[in-house]
Design a binder for this molecule. Structure first.
Ligand code: ZN
Length: 88
């Protein structure tokens, strides 16, 4: 989902400098719901990732649509169960 929000707004919200409806008054209820519950880390990375550091590795089908699986023993560790790419 593409959200019409800025990194600055996100930082304010993450830092507790306002309720979600105050920081993002222009978003729909669904969009706020997505922010609160729906965004996965991969989606955040796609939206706001450090593009100069993260070089996208294509999956076996040539796209970036890896099938990330979380390592149960280390929740910061993700890997793709199709090509084995890792994401930290
Ligand atoms: Zn993959």
């Amino acid at each position: 989902m593409d959200l019409p929000i800025t990194q600055e707004q996100l930082d304010r919200w993450h830092n507790g400098q306002g309720l979600i409806q105050e920081v993002f008054p222009h978003l729909s209820k669904e969009q706020r719901e997505f922010l609160m519950t729906g965004a996965t880390q991969e989606e955040w990375d796609n939206e706001f990732g450090e593009e100069d550091e993260d070089v996208a590795v294509p999956c076996v089908d040539g796209t970036e649509n890896h099938n990330w699986v979380r390592n149960d023993e280390d929740e910061d560790d993700c890997y793709c169960d199709r090509c084995g790419a890792r994401e930290y």
